[in-house]
Design a protein around this ligand. Structure first.
Ligand SMILES: [Zn+2]
Length: 147
């Protein structure tokens, strides 16, 4: 059993929670790392003891990463696609390397953001949600998603 933590510095908005997750910080307190390994979140935050094993990010972080990579890579592909100085093999190699770098760069921030979103909205096992906790809306209160 974990000792009770001091009152954490809760985010005041969904944007704040997601930004903490994108940075790889605990979305609830921002005082500890969210990830134990590249894509594996810690089971419990060492600072605020939030249980992060409840998330179900599944395929959404890769989807976000692919979406961002595609939108950033498209103008580059159009630019180098029109270049006559590069061979088709060189263009393909540049595109594949850039795509791999961007995909891997966005994957962990996307997962952190998705976990923060799920926590804030009280999705899956995150009940009560971060929004309710941060805004001190008890269950059944008007404006509460649990009403
Ligand atoms: Zn925490």
């Amino acid at each position: 059993m974990l000792a009770p933590a001091a009152q954490p510095d809760l985010p005041q908005s969904l944007r704040g929670a997601i930004w903490r997750g994108v940075k790889g910080e605990c979305p609830r307190c921002g005082a500890a790392r969210l990830f134990a390994k590249f894509l594996r979140p810690v089971s419990h935050c060492p600072a605020c003891h939030q249980d992060w094993s409840l998330h179900q990010a599944d395929d959404f972080p890769p989807y976000v990463s692919i979406f961002l990579t595609g939108h950033l890579l498209a103008p580059v592909m159009i630019m180098i696609g029109g270049s006559a100085a590069l061979s088709l093999g060189a263009k393909t190699a540049i595109a594949m390397v850039l795509a791999a770098i961007l995909m891997l760069s966005f994957l962990q921030p996307a997962k952190g953001g998705v976990i923060a979103l799920q926590w804030w909205m009280g999705m899956h096992g995150f009940a009560p949600g971060g929004k309710i906790e941060a805004l001190a809306l008890p269950k059944g209160e008007p404006g509460s998603p649990w009403a």
